[in-house]
Write a protein that binds this ligand. Structure first.
Ligand SMILES: *Cc1c(COP(=O)(O)O)cnc(C)c1O
Length: 224
């Protein structure tokens, strides 16, 4: 184990080094990749050292859990940015728009209805990503690749939602690269510049395929 590996933020340092390596290899600027530190299931005392190490962008997958721990952390440290990366129930859209700076999981018309209403009511503009179910897995959220262009057009024309980019979670038992490539291709043909893809096991590959937001949990915080 390296020296940094024994520090509480050794995971963060190792992930940062790997992001830099992947950026060099892909001839991309380090600043073109946002590291979303996924703190789900971890308590404030595990998150604080990562904040102290300079990390400001965090991801949570449940509204309720985030509401319990983040308001105090945000109050104590200006400049924290919080992203919702997990599925969002329409009846939690109000809380989600109030708490999160970005929502990575826009995946169905009823949620678009709820988000459009809350964005107007709260005068907030969270960054929005449409989740693409690239593996067309029945148990997984997201828009099927073949329906993505229509859905994105409806987001714009019907709901007036400004979509920044796309998100995907490749099937666990498949090589991620084709899923990242497909997501990037759908984004490009729809004029979207942001790509939320890549987790602990595959964020370097995702950077190769153009990820602008890598969502990394266990490699930073340890096993859940
Ligand atoms: C938990 C989670 C992650 C982070 O996963 P790790 O493998 O721990 O890096 C990324 N994206 C989503 C949607 C998640 O729910």
């Amino acid at each position: 184990m390296t020296l940094t590996g024994s520090l509480p933020t050794g995971g963060l340092a190792a992930v940062e080094a790997e992001i830099r390596r992947a950026c060099r290899e892909a001839r991309r600027e380090r600043t073109s990749v946002n590291l979303v530190a996924v703190s789900k299931t971890f308590e404030a005392d595990a998150i604080q050292p990562v904040i102290d190490a300079g990390q400001r962008l965090f991801g949570e997958n449940r509204v309720q859990e985030a509401r319990g721990k983040w308001p105090a952390l945000i109050a104590a440290q200006p400049g924290i940015e919080l992203h919702l990366i997990g599925p969002l129930q329409s009846n939690k859209a109000k809380e989600a728009v109030a708490l999160f700076d970005a929502i990575h999981s826009v995946d169905r018309p009823s949620l678009c209805d709820a988000l459009a209403k809350e964005i107007t009511a709260q005068q907030k503009r969270p960054q929005l990503f449409v989740q693409i179910n690239t593996g067309e897995e029945p148990q997984k959220a997201g828009i099927a690749p073949g329906e993505a262009d229509d859905f994105l057009a409806r987001c714009r024309d019907h709901w007036g939602l400004g979509i920044s980019g796309l998100m995907c979670i490749p099937p666990v038992d498949e090589a991620p690269a084709p899923h990242f490539a497909l997501t990037a291709k759908i984004a490009a043909r729809n004029g979207l510049t942001q790509l939320s893809m890549g987790m602990s096991a595959d964020f370097a590959v995702a950077i190769q395929f153009g990820a602008t937001h890598v969502r990394v949990g266990s490699a930073i915080f340890g096993h859940r």
